[in-house]
Design a protein around this ligand. Structure first.
Ligand code: NAD
Length: 286
């Protein structure tokens, strides 16, 4: 149906979400600073706004790289929204930032939900994301018709910031699983068994994870490296998780060692994030 949806950030995730939502019959208006992101969204039937404020709608989705960008966008967006509008922020951020944005939005009579997602551009382009929400139940109910189009799984984790806490737990696990799987496979290869032969064993046995079931076969061993998630964004997530651990006074040992491999790998930020475990597997990780 012709529901109106705004979106700011039309990159790998936002562009895919916007394209899917257009396909469901929604009237989607989007904004991005980056020419190529705008051109790709235009091709998918997204109406392009000339300024952030022009995406104003009852539900506005954000898909931005970091806190600074969200801060700038909210400053322009919140004054343009009607009371009762809901901002659904799918960016991965520090939970403290999410709490701050929730309070800032409230001062404009607007609801802000931290709504980080998992599933990558492919999940976004198919309306099959997993979404973890922090915020008020009433705001979730108002946004639900949009959320249900975007996500196969919608989990209300708790109050403001709880969605981001869940996302950082998840992505710290992803980063750690990828690093330790790469190291274990490297050991196997050095002992004379190729990763191609090891992975089906691990995946039929109890060492499996999304790293061994998806990342290694689909993006690393294949040489495709086209997941649509960059090493720079994963490093951001790892840093946010380390910051959270520090803030809550929980020492990380195993995860911190894996995090150091993500920092130390000689892989540029723009590269596919699977280049980091690939470098570890190749012995270029430390
Ligand atoms: P991306 O870099 O592909 O896209 C971000 C877009 O935001 C870019 O097009 C950029 O031009 C735009 N942008 C930046 N600052 C802006 C501003 N001030 N105003 C308007 N537009 C601005 O990143 P992505 O991979 O789409 O990720 C977006 C967010 O989703 C990140 O927070 C990331 O951590 C998270 N995330 C990504 C994935 C993934 O698989 N790519 C999965 C889950 C979560």
């Amino acid at each position: 149906t012709g529901m109106r949806i705004g979106i700011v950030g039309l990159g790998h995730m936002g562009g895919a979400m916007a394209g899917w939502l257009v396909g469901t019959g929604a009237a989607v208006t989007g904004f991005d600073l980056h020419g190529p992101s705008v051109a790709a969204a235009l091709e998918k039937g997204v109406t392009i706004a000339g300024a952030v404020a022009s995406v104003a709608a009852p539900v506005v989705i954000l898909s931005l790289p970091q806190e600074r960008a969200v801060e700038a966008v909210l400053a322009a967006l919140l004054p343009a929204l009607e009371k009762g509008a809901v901002v659904v922020d799918t960016s991965t951020l520090d939970p403290l930032a999410a709490r701050r944005f929730h309070a800032l939005a409230a001062s404009f009579g607007v609801d802000y939900l931290d709504a980080p997602v998992s599933g990558g551009p492919a999940g976004a382009a198919a309306g099959r994301l997993a979404m973890m929400l922090g915020g008020e139940a009433a705001a979730i109910e108002r946004a639900r018709p949009v959320l249900e189009r975007m996500a196969a799984t919608i989990l209300h984790v708790g109050g403001p910031g709880a969605g981001q806490v869940a996302k950082l737990v998840n992505n710290l696990l992803v980063a750690t699983h990828l690093a330790v799987a790469a190291e274990a496979l490297r050991m196997g290869e050095a002992a004379g068994v190729k990763a191609e032969a090891l992975l089906p064993v691990v995946n039929a046995a109890s060492g499996r994870s999304a790293a061994t079931e998806v990342n290694f076969p689909k993006w690393i061993i294949s040489g495709a490296f086209d997941s649509g998630f960059s090493a720079g964004l994963m490093r951001k997530d790892v840093r946010l998780a380390l910051g959270l651990a520090k803030a809550v006074g929980v020492p990380l040992d195993a995860c911190a060692q894996a995090a150091a491999l993500w920092e130390g790998a000689d892989v540029v930020d723009a590269a596919d994030f699977n280049r980091v475990p690939a470098a570890i597997l190749a012995g270029e990780g430390a």
